[in-house]
Write a protein that binds this ligand. Structure first.
Ligand code: MN
Length: 735
């Protein structure tokens, strides 16, 4: 066990100003507090905090961090209290130890729910002071180094947690040596066979390549010293775990790994790095695409180095890292390498810099979490419950989307892209169809199904959680309704001009705008669609001389139907182009045909205005109308003489509903049909027939024959049905 003077010596070696008295008091205090407690290994417990402190002296941290390390288990495991530590060592050290005590609870829990809370504490502690995390990592490292003394069932859990949380955290903080060691220790515990195999193969490869590596080292060093650069070129090898991960990720064999060995040149200054690069590139051909300058563009964790690969001595591919001693220190020790942690800077300035550094690190970490751009590092391995009040979900491509808790797939869709949100018609969560308004959970993979020309139901606005989604839905519904009114208005105006025998053009409509007190044509047409402007007034605004014969008011105009834009809905007319060229079209109204061919809609699926339609002549019976995309039309493909070109001819004045068949896949639970019927009824549509097909214990198909005003009406009903929690899927039949 480390003696008192040894600890002081270790600190004084890098910090001549170290507070010896403070270190001595901490040593004695912890020794007394832990007393005769033993570790699983049979050693005195006190040896553990000392080893943790020793790890931190290698990282050259400040006195307070060393003292906190020595005291880190006292509050939790002994009779000491925070108050006492505050009193004896001051509040700075007191709060560091307190933070560590909170984090210690992490080691004792295994349940997800408890972990979520603790990981949040972990991050809060980091926000408070990065030094807490440094001690925590050193603590975990020592525990991993002595893991063999712990019962096997606990071993695997600790190792997995190390791999999931602590190793990536060390890497994110730039402490690559610690990350590597934590990973390899965890790897050996979790996958001993693979670890042993890779270690054995590395060892044999090392022996085999000994001369080659020494040769390359020699030749590199020689080339550099010839140019007046005193630098050591050292061979280095990949760690067993990183080899394993590469083999796993790329599913390749050990033999296929090309970059197991590399070389590192450490030089005094940044300028020297580029000189070395010049020498190396002059002497040996480079391998294209392998050059990276992380000096001019450092990595997010402050890593700086030049990477290049050349075809070196003996035609060997040689991977080179070129960096200064400072860069090397940062690459290995990361956040701990910053001089800010050393005591030669003192007082408020040091604390401020320290805090700003801690803050920067935290900010970057949070940004990384939010962006999800870090495929193999922090995100993937970090338990996402870290932020309790947020929920983290993934796109099918693995992009991370952070949302407030309680968010729905609709929020998710809008967070990805406004267009995706507007077009959302369905969702798969973790591969399973789910309601668009279900609550998302951490780690969910969310796959949004999208349809063109869709607009979100206005009702969503009150059901989503994020402001972005809410604003976008409000915009989209306003726009959709405006377009809908304008489209309807355009039909009405066109019809009015046709009746008046006047030609219609956009320019004419523009000219009429001032008379109608409207800003633009779209706006004016929407006004007509809403019933604010009478179509005859539009005709007269363009042709002031025009006198219209007023028709008697229509009986069926009975006000609000609940479906916007169609309160003065259409009487329907089919227009059959004449058989001979040039002949006038003959309009055949569906109702009151009076002796002409009877017209009916496709028995399975129906057809509604907005559909492109085709008529099929049934000799002796009449005409059946199909949507052009109906699969039922295939039956008539070889009988072109039966196909009739028809189109809708809507006229404003009469309310009409048209048949269509839909199939709703819904939860097999009481109230499901009621909820569906309510949606349809409230939308102003009728239900004429219902049939059930049970496909699984949980879900059933409900086949509904309904009557709607037109395609937009139908689309909206389908979207509203999809928004119901009992509904998993809605489809139109043969439409
Ligand atoms: Mn400990």
């Amino acid at each position: 066990m480390m003696r008192q003077y040894e600890l002081v010596d270790r600190v004084r070696k890098y910090n001549p100003h170290a507070n010896e008295d403070l270190l001595n008091r901490a040593y004695v205090y912890a020794m007394k507090a832990h007393g005769a407690q033993l570790r699983a290994s049979g050693d005195l417990y006190f040896s553990h905090p000392l080893e943790v402190a020793a790890i931190l002296t290698d990282m050259k941290v400040d006195d307070a961090t060393i003292v906190a390390a020595v005291l880190h288990d006292t509050i939790e495991d002994t009779a000491s209290t925070k108050d006492e530590i505050d009193e004896v060592f001051g509040s700075e050290i007191g709060s560091l130890v307190d933070g560590l005590t909170k984090l210690k609870k992490l080691d004792l829990v295994s349940k997800q729910a408890e972990q979520a809370e603790n990981f949040r504490k972990l991050l809060l502690a980091v926000a408070d002071d990065v030094r807490v995390l440094l001690v925590k990592l050193a603590d975990r490292l020592h525990n991993m180094r002595t893991l063999q003394f712990v019962p096997p069932e606990k071993r695997a859990r600790v190792a997995q947690e190390t791999l999931d949380i602590y190793a990536p955290l060390a890497g994110r903080m730039g402490m690559q040596w610690m990350r590597g060691e934590l990973e390899n220790l965890a790897f050996r515990t979790l996958n001993p066979e693979a670890a042993a195999t890779i270690e054995a193969r590395l060892a044999s490869l090392r022996t085999k390549n000994e001369k080659l590596i020494a040769g390359i080292e020699g030749e590199l060093s020689q080339a550099l010293s010839k140019n007046g650069i005193e630098a050591q070129a050292r061979g280095r090898e990949k760690s067993p775990y990183s080899i394993f991960r590469k083999m796993e990720q790329k599913s390749i064999a050990f033999e296929q790994l090309s970059d197991i060995f590399g070389f590192r040149v450490v030089v005094p200054s940044t300028q020297d790095c580029y000189r070395v690069l010049g020498i190396v590139h002059t002497k040996w051909p480079t391998v294209p695409g392998r050059f990276k300058d992380y000096i001019s563009t450092p990595k997010q964790n402050d890593y700086r180095s030049i990477h290049t690969t050349v075809v070196g001595p003996g035609m060997q591919r040689v991977e080179l890292q070129i960096r200064s001693a400072d860069m090397q220190d940062i690459a290995e020790n990361g956040i701990a390498a910053h001089a800010l942690y050393k005591d030669d800077v003192s007082g408020d300035a040091a604390r401020l810099t320290r805090e700003s550094l801690a803050y920067q690190w935290l900010k970057r970490t949070v940004e990384l979490l939010a962006e999800g751009d870090s495929p193999e590092e922090f995100l993937e391995h970090t338990k996402l419950e870290m932020f309790h009040d947020q929920v983290f979900c993934f796109t099918p491509k693995g992009r991370l989307i952070a949302l407030p808790s309680g968010a729905t797939p609709i929020d998710f869709a809008y967070a990805v892209h406004t267009q995706l949100g507007n077009g959302a018609v369905g969702v798969k969560i973790n591969g399973r169809i789910a309601p668009l308004l279900s609550e998302l959970h951490n780690g969910d993979e969310v796959d949004i199904a999208r349809a063109e020309g869709q607009s979100p139901p206005a009702a969503w606005e009150s059901l989503v959680v994020t402001g972005k989604a809410r604003a976008a839905i409000r915009r989209a519904t306003r726009e959709a309704s405006r377009l809908q009114y304008a489209g309807l208005g355009r039909q009405i105006v066109a019809r009015a001009f046709e009746r008046a025998g006047k030609a219609l053009s956009e320019d004419k409509l523009k000219g009429a705008l001032p008379r109608l007190a409207r800003q633009n044509v779209e706006d004016m047409l929407a006004g007509v669609g809403r019933g604010e402007i009478f179509s005859g007034d539009v005709v007269r605004a363009v042709h002031p001389e025009f006198r219209e014969e007023r028709k008697p008011p229509l009986k069926s105009a009975k006000g609000e139907s609940g479906w916007f834009g169609l309160k003065k809905a259409a009487s329907l007319v089919f227009r059959f182009p004449g058989a001979s060229p040039g002949a006038a079209s003959s309009a055949i109204p569906i109702r009151g045909l009076g002796g002409d061919l009877p017209v009916r809609f496709a028995p399975n699926g129906g057809a509604v205005p907005g559909d492109r339609i085709v008529g099929i002549l049934n000799p002796g019976e009449g005409i059946t109308i199909y949507p052009i995309q109906s699969p039922a039309l295939m039956a008539f493909e070889d009988q072109p003489e039966r196909w009739l070109d028809v189109r809708w001819d809507l006229e404003h004045g009469r309310e009409e509903l048209f048949p269509v068949q839909i199939v709703v896949n819904a939860l097999n639970e009481p109230g499901a049909l009621g909820a569906i019927a309510t949606v349809i009824g409230e939308a102003g549509a009728n239900i004429s027939h219902v049939e059930f097909v049970t496909k699984s214990p949980d879900f059933r198909d409900i086949i509904l024959d309904i009557q709607v005003a037109d395609l937009k009406h139908l689309t909206s009903i389908l979207a509203q049905l999809k928004a119901r929690s009992v509904v998993s899927r809605v489809e139109r039949v043969n439409g």
